[in-house]
Design a protein around this ligand. Structure first.
Ligand code: ATR
Length: 434
């Protein structure tokens, strides 16, 4: 099936990101004519086709026409364009494509084939080891022969179509998300891939445009863009609005829908650990990026109260002011007694500072208190060790990471995916990756 797979799908030639292809080293475009540029019945290029070809040329990319059609058809079409042409090309044979590369003195990798048919243009490009862009046919009015071909083509396209998902953030290099999501896709045999994109603040709009053009179905957002992304989103869920941050976006027909799965991810972890949030007393150390989503989820799940301890009290106050049963306190006032759930959301203790803890001691903690650390590297933090020494159950942030990702996948695919067997498999894969 791979032989029929294009590198890029777009609706029409105008949707091709010429600059991106140029940046990827493309020097020559091979264009199919019929139903790629114009309907088969159109003898001459339209103004928009002429303009688009000019635009490509202005980028310093050479353009030529390679068609399976007759000399008369191809020459007639080329009168106004004056391009290098090959007619009766016998695509998907690769010979004529290779001839183009030779003519321009470039390697196969520097050539991009643009066409509307996978059994001729795309297959041929793959045989010649060239890049390929599949466009939707310009006209839906086609002969019976072509219609049948399209029918088979659609079956193939649906089978081979890789659905792309991504993470944007900065930095993203060490992210475990690709392992997590690719394990899900493997497990359910979903033909999808998850890739990383390191993005500067100023590039957010650009990357979103690129996602739309290349048919990316959804993406996650991590530090530092969870807030910056919000103005670019068409519809934001109630939860994400309240939390003030978006970590998951689904793209439907170029429209962006934003969600926040962090808090729900944490609740799923608590549920898995059989912790009852209702009427519970909770203490949280830290008031950074993820704290708001966790507090929001815990309050909505009916906890009795949350005491929020932070080094900078104002940061805790910003969160506490949104809820009636959340109180902000200085970390210096922290005492571990009298709570059902204790959570560390600070970055203190994160590898390589394995011996650090956000609080000096856990004196007075009840062994019944369940302790969470959002850090998962190292897998057992100093904070967790201190809790375990007091006889408490202690969990790291692995499962929250997994669940927030799985909930994102459920949003993207519109179906239930979370089962224990999969979660365990992901843990195994992640442990290999850390
Ligand atoms: P974010 O969560 O936005 O990525 P962070 O740098 O990871 O930010 O910090 C998260 C939390 O860790 C914050 O509550 C931060 O406290 P401040 O609000 O006072 O900055 C806390 N934190 C980071 N370093 C700390 C330290 N050395 N001691 C105590 N708390 C610390």
């Amino acid at each position: 099936m791979k032989r029929f797979m294009p590198n890029i799908y777009v609706n029409c030639i105008e949707d091709i990101d010429i600059k991106m292809l140029k940046a990827q080293g493309i020097r020559v475009f091979i264009l199919d004519i019929d139903n790629t540029l114009v309907p088969t019945s159109t003898k001459e290029p339209t103004k928009s086709v002429i303009d688009w070809i000019e635009k490509v040329k202005n980028e310093g990319i050479k353009v030529c026409l390679v068609s399976n059609n007759s000399k008369k058809r191809v020459m007639g079409f080329n009168k106004k364009l004056n391009l290098f042409v090959i007619y009766r090309a016998f695509k998907p044979l690769k010979r004529k494509f290779q001839l183009v590369a030779k003519k321009y003195g470039v390697s196969a990798k520097e050539v991009c084939v643009v066409g509307d048919q996978i059994f001729t243009d795309i297959w041929g490009a793959n045989r010649a080891k060239m890049m390929s862009v599949l466009v939707l046919p310009v006209s839906t009015i086609e002969g019976v022969g072509i219609k049948l071909k399209r029918y088979i083509e659609n079956i193939v396209i649906n089978k081979i179509k890789i659905q792309s998902f991504a993470l944007i953030g900065n930095p993203v290099k060490h992210s475990l998300s690709p392992i997590l999501h690719n394990t899900v896709y493997d497990y359910y045999r979903i033909n999808a891939e998850y890739i990383l994109n390191c993005v500067e603040d100023t590039e957010i709009g650009l990357i979103i445009e690129r996602f739309k053009q290349t048919g990316v179905k959804g993406f996650n957002i991590t530090v530092p863009h969870k807030q910056n992304i919000m103005p670019f989103i068409d519809e934001i869920s109630q939860d994400a609005k309240q939390i003030g941050a978006v970590n998951t976006v689904k793209i439907i027909n170029c429209k962006l829908f934003g969600y926040n799965t962090d808090g729900d991810g944490f609740l799923r972890q608590l549920k898995g650990d059989e912790i009852n949030v209702k009427n519970s007393k909770i203490k949280i150390v830290g008031a950074g990026g993820s704290t708001m989503s966790i507090v929001y989820a815990l309050v909505n799940a009916g906890c009795k109260e949350v005491l929020l301890y932070n080094r900078t009290v104002e940061n805790a106050q910003k969160i506490a002011s949104k809820f009636s049963n959340v109180t902000a306190l200085s970390i210096d006032e922290f005492v571990a007694s009298n709570c059902d759930i204790l959570i560390n959301t600070t970055s203190v203790g994160l590898s390589p500072n394995n011996d650090k803890s956000p609080v000096a001691n856990l004196e007075g903690i009840s062994p019944k208190t369940v302790v969470y650390d959002l850090i998962y590297s190292p897998p057992i933090t100093r904070f967790m060790q201190m809790a375990m020494q007091k006889g408490c159950r202690a969990h790291n942030g692995y499962k929250m990471l997994i669940y927030q990702g799985l909930i994102a996948d459920e949003i993207w695919f519109g179906r239930k995916l979370i089962i224990n067997k999969l979660v365990n498999k992901i843990i195994k894969e992640l442990e290999k990756g850390v």
